[in-house]
Each structure stands twice: as structure tokens, then as C-alpha cells.
Design a protein around this ligand. Structure first.
Ligand code: FAD
Ligand code: DLZ
Ligand code: SF4
Length: 508
């Protein structure tokens, strides 16, 4: 009685639901490197290499634990190129009595899983992915009961559910649920700045890198700085390094940006959390333990825990609750193509050159770079949200649709009309100047709004506000910008509009 257990590339957790209770003697684990997954968008080369290398190492670890693993490589001449095609071939090879699989991380793949029972005439059990705190049903019950969704209230429920950072009588530690207002310090250079752990590619990674370099030469990004953890042990070492060195400064520096510093005090753990090498809930408990041991301040511990049990769970909830057509939303009617420099980093706007350049080098940018630099610029120019979504899904090593799409389309591009967040994350150059040293290294002057040296973000911001008045002027949180715009002298408004339109007309 063989059970076939397909394990997808983001299901590399030993405790994955589909393997729970499995008898290694009667189980065949199927892992599949397939062309459909590597090319449904043009993933960054390093992202593909990371995912495939981690899969190959996970297969070795499962074998060491006594499982029989049927592993299909990308260059296997018989490879059909799709999950469904590979499960079909595996059914023919192993004649399983049943298939057990953990639900997929996105609608596209979930539809495949749901087709298998009819296609193969074999019983298929699809198990819930319980690596998350909040089930789909629980999120739906929470969201259906509300007129307006706000992460902050969802987050408090997750704190209560886990008991994280609560006093013995159930109150938030420090008397507040959220210490975000303490987490907005601009970055200053520090010789002792933490560095995330990096790992020289081993033989398995080197083989994958070679495969990716030849097969995906036209995909964006570089393989030259590949230093990802690809085993559970390495990912745990990366986690330990973060907890010891960067976490204490995480809160204070969370929104900061510095030229030539891609990582700052951020964890750089999302690729490992999202593919299953690390357990996010255990990590949140570790962070709490560091706080209770007096090793990290409350604003750092709370800030980090909020990202993991708040934002991460909330965006997943939104993704599954809104349905497969969330991706088509375009509340602001934006249609402009993304400029070509998103794939090269070649622009004289220093903030964008930094954020995009490091993205192409490392398949990584931190949250504020994604939101307030590349996301903000795309929003201001009126870029097509579907295209912006594709770009983010391609270029980040941590990007899977369930987490990337709500962050991009909802939080960053306001294309869901304010379902996920209460106001557009649009800003002039002043925000970037306050939180970074980019402007001091830029050919533009952040203090100027018009003229050849004016920072483009300034006029683009006001043009965005003016252009989207029909969509935004009933939003309470936009009242101030509209008041300011209306109070401006007509000649100033006209000059800003002309400046922005001239800039936009010259974008590719
Ligand atoms: P840290 O800043 O150190 O944060 C700690 C952890 O919290 C992260 O590892 C991550 O697991 C979690 N986290 C933080 N913020 C979020 C969030 N908004 N949503 C979900 N998890 C969060 N994150 C992804 O994991 N995958 C994506 O594809 C992705 N796309 C994004 C697109 C846009 C436009 C924006 C604005 C944000 C996106 N994020 C995405 C969220 C966030 O930027 C990344 O999780 C974070 O930068 C990962 O780096 P880190 O591990 O150093 O995170
Ligand atoms: C992202 C990705 C890539 C690039 N390649 C593979 C692959 O070859 N095999 C695989 O199992 N998974 C891959 N993945 C991750 C899947 O796309 C991910 O598991 C699904 O999006 C989950 O819904
Ligand atoms: Fe970016 Fe403007 Fe600052 Fe240049 S001046 S780095 S374009 S915000």
C-alpha cells in the first residue's frame, strides 16, 4: 500500500502536514524540478538556484531520515515540465493507493492539486498547511465580521492566540500593543553594523548554479553573489546570527536605508521562512525569549514579532480570502509600463539605483526599499499593478504569490482600493531623504520641486495626488495633502504638473 507524497518547493519543512504520521516504509516522497515553476514568471536567477538547491538538500535530508525520495531533476530528458505531468509519471511508476499532499501556496497550483483525483483515479487527500497560525476559515470568520480590515486588530488577536509578549494577566508587555513610533530612526553608519550569515556554494549549489546560468541566461539578476543558506542547519545558523547580532537594533533601524548597505539590521530570513527551512512561529518565540532574558529591547522584539505573526499571517489571509481574481484589481486605473531600468538599475535617481541594483545582485531588498522606493515610484508614475506584481514576484528570493501579491497590489499599489491598507504609500522625496543617505549621493536635489535638478519624486507626488482625486479625496487620511494642494498658488500647481508630465513623457 504505497502512499505518494508530493512535496513542493516551498514545503521543505520536516513537520509538513502531508508527511505527518507517514510510514517511511510505505511512503514515496516525490520532489519535482519543473519548467512550469521556473518560468511562469522570469524568476531572478539566484532565486531559482536557491529554491532548487534547497530542494536537492531537503531530498538528501529526507533520505537520511529513512524516506524513499523520487526526485525529478530539471534536466531529466523525460521531465514533462509540470507538477501534474510529473505526478502522472510517478503514479505510473509507483501505482500508489493514495496521494497525500499539503495545500499549495497559490491559487494556480492549488487548482492543479484539486484536479488530480479525477485525472488519476487515485484518492487524493489535500491537507491544510498548518505552518501558519491562522487557518483560512479562521481568517474568513474574522474578516467577514468586519466592515473594515486592519492589520493592527488582527495582530492583537494573534498575540492573544499565541500569548506572545503578554503579561500574566493578558495585557500587552510595556502597556502598548505596538511600538512602531519608536522604530523610525534614520540610519547612521556603524562600523559594527551586523552582516547576515553567508554560505559559500557547496557542490550541490554549484551544479545548480551552472544549470541555471545556462538554462535561464535571459532571466534577470546575477548569480555571482550567491550565498544563501540551502540546508536547515545553515538556515538555523543564519537565524542565530540574526538573533545575536541584528535583532537588538532591528526596531530602531527598521525603516532606515544607506548607500551600499543592502541588509542593515534586517533578518534576511524570509527566503528560509517561506520555503520551509525555518519555522516562523518558533522564531517568534525565540525573539520573545531574547526580550525576556533582557537581551533585546521591547521595541525590537515587538516590531519583529508583529511582522511575523501580524503582517505575514494577515497578507496570507487576504490572499486566500479575496480569491483568485484579486490579481486583476486596478482601483486607480493605472496602465503605464514599468520603466526598463527596473531590470538594469541604470538610472540617475540614486534611491532607485540602490534598491534595484542590490535586488539584481542579491534577490533582496528590505521592506522600506520595496515599499517607499521601488513601490512608491511605480505608484506615483501610475504603473500597471499587474506588471508591478510580476516584477516583485520575479526578483525576490522570498517571493511566492500568496505573500508577494497582497504586499504589492494591496499595500504598495493601492490597487485593491484600500482593502488591505488605509491609505496609499505615496510620498515625495522628503520621506526618502529623512530615512536614508541616498539624496546626498544623488544628482537631483531633494529640496527642489521644479527645474532640471529637482527630485522627480516631488512633482510626481503632487501629480499623483491631483490625478487620483476622484479615487482618493474621500479618504480621511488623504485630507491633508488635498488641503495643501488646494492652498497652493495656481502657478505653483501648474509648474508641478508640467514638471511631472515632462518627466513622465520621457520615461520609456
Ligand atoms: P525583516 O524586515 O527582518 O522582517 C522579519 C520577517 O517578517 C521577514 O522575514 C518576513 O517573514 C516577515 N515580514 C515582514 N514584513 C512582512 C510583510 N509585509 N509581509 C509578509 N511578511 C513580512 N515578503 C515576502 O516574504 N515575500 C514577498 O514576496 C514580499 N513581497 C513584498 C512586496 C512589497 C511591494 C512589499 C512592500 C513587501 C513585500 N514583502 C514580501 C514583505 C517584506 O518586504 C519582506 O518580508 C522582508 O523585506 C523580508 O526581508 P527580511 O527577512 O530581512 O525581513
Ligand atoms: C518558485 C519555484 C521554482 C522556481 N521552481 C520550483 C520547482 O522546480 N519545483 C517546485 O516544486 N517548486 C518550485 N518553485 C516553488 C513553487 O512555485 C511553489 O511551491 C508553488 O508556487 C506553491 O504554490
Ligand atoms: Fe531619490 Fe530624489 Fe533623493 Fe535622488 S533626490 S535619491 S531621486 S529621493
Amino acid at each position: 500500500m504505497t502512499t505518494l507524497v508530493p512535496i513542493l518547493g516551498d514545503q521543505l519543512s520536516f513537520g509538513i502536514a502531508s508527511l505527518r504520521g507517514a510510514d517511511p516504509g510505505e511512503t514515496v516522497v516525490l520532489m519535482m524540478e519543473v519548467a512550469d515553476e521556473t518560468t511562469y514568471v522570469r524568476h531572478h536567477k539566484a532565486k531559482i538556484a536557491f529554491i532548487l538547491s534547497a530542494m536537492r538538500h531537503h531530498a538528501q535530508a529526507l533520505r537520511a531520515a529513512g524516506f524513499r525520495v523520487d526526485y525529478v531533476r530539471l534536466d531529466d530528458p523525460e521531465n514533462s515540465g509540470s507538477f501534474t505531468g510529473e505526478v502522472a509519471r510517478a503514479v505510473a511508476r509507483h501505482d500508489p493507493a493514495r496521494i497525500v499532499v499539503t495545500e499549495a501556496g497559490e491559487w494556480r497550483v492549488q487548482a492543479m492539486l484539486e484536479s488530480w483525483e479525477t485525472l488519476f483515479g487515485t484518492p487524493v487527500e489535500i491537507r491544510a498547511d498548518d505552518r501558519f497560525l491562522c487557518s483560512h476559515a479562521e481568517f474568513a470568520a474574522w474578516a467577514d465580521a468586519r466592515k473594515q480590515l486592519r492589520m493592527e486588530f488582527f495582530y492583537r488577536d494573534m498575540r492573544r492566540k499565541t500569548g506572545l509578549l503578554l503579561t500574566p494577566d493578558g495585557k500587552p508587555e510595556g502597556g502598548q500593543w505596538n511600538f512602531d513610533k519608536d522604530n523610525r530612526k534614520p540610519a547612521t553608519r556603524d562600523l559594527l553594523m551586523p552582516r547576515p550569515a553567508s554560505f559559500a556554494p557547496d557542490e550541490v549549489s554549484r551544479a545548480v548554479i551552472e544549470l541555471v546560468a545556462s538554462r535561464f541566461a535571459d532571466h534577470p539578476g546575477s548569480l555571482d553573489r550567491f550565498a544563501f543558506a540551502v540546508t536547515r542547519e545553515q538556515a538555523r545558523a543564519a537565524q542565530a546570527r540574526f538573533l545575536d547580532e541584528a535583532l537588538p537594533g532591528f526596531g530602531d533601524n527598521q525603516d532606515a536605508m544607506l548607500v551600499g548597505e543592502p541588509f542593515l539590521w534586517h533578518a534576511h530570513l524570509s527566503p528560509y521562512i517561506n520555503n520551509g527551512l525555518l519555522d516562523p512561529i518558533a522564531l517568534a518565540h525565540e525573539v520573545e525569549a531574547r526580550y525576556r532574558a533582557g537581551k533585546v529591547p521591547l521595541n525590537a522584539a515587538e516590531g519583529f514579532i508583529r511582522q511575523v505573526i501580524g503582517w505575514r499571517e494577515y497578507v496570507r489571509g487576504i490572499y486566500w480570502w479575496t480569491g483568485p481574481d484579486y490579481v486583476t484589481r486596478n482601483a486607480l486605473g493605472a496602465t503605464r509600463p514599468l520603466p526598463g531600468f527596473y531590470w538594469t538599475g541604470e538610472t540617475d535617481m540614486r534611491c532607485l539605483a540602490e534598491a534595484i541594483g542590490q535586488t539584481l545582485d542579491y534577490a533582496y531588498a528590505h521592506h522600506i526599499q520595496r515599499l517607499m522606493v521601488t513601490g512608491n515610484f511605480a505608484l506615483l508614475i501610475g504603473a500597471d499593478p499587474a506588471e508591478v506584481h510580476r516584477w516583485y514576484l520575479e526578483v525576490y528570493a522570498d517571493a511566492y504569490e500568496w505573500v508577494e501579491l497582497p504586499n504589492t497590489l494591496g499595500m504598495s499599489q493601492f490597487a485593491d482600493g484600500g482593502l488591505l491598507g488605509s491609505k496609499p504609500y505615496a510620498s515625495s522625496g522628503a520621506y526618502i531623504n529623512r530615512m536614508s543617505d541616498y539624496c546626498g549621493h544623488c544628482r537631483y536635489d531633494v529640496a527642489q520641486r521644479t527645474g532640471p535638478d529637482a527630485c522627480p519624486f516631488n512633482s510626481l507626488y503632487w501629480d499623483f495626488v491631483d490625478r487620483n482625486r476622484d479615487h482618493l479625496d474621500t479618504n480621511q487620511r488623504m485630507a491633508m495633502p488635498y488641503r495643501t494642494w488646494d492652498k497652493m498658488a495656481p502657478a505653483d500647481r501648474a509648474a508641478l504638473t508640467a514638471q511631472a508630465r515632462d518627466f513622465l513623457s520621457k520615461l520609456e
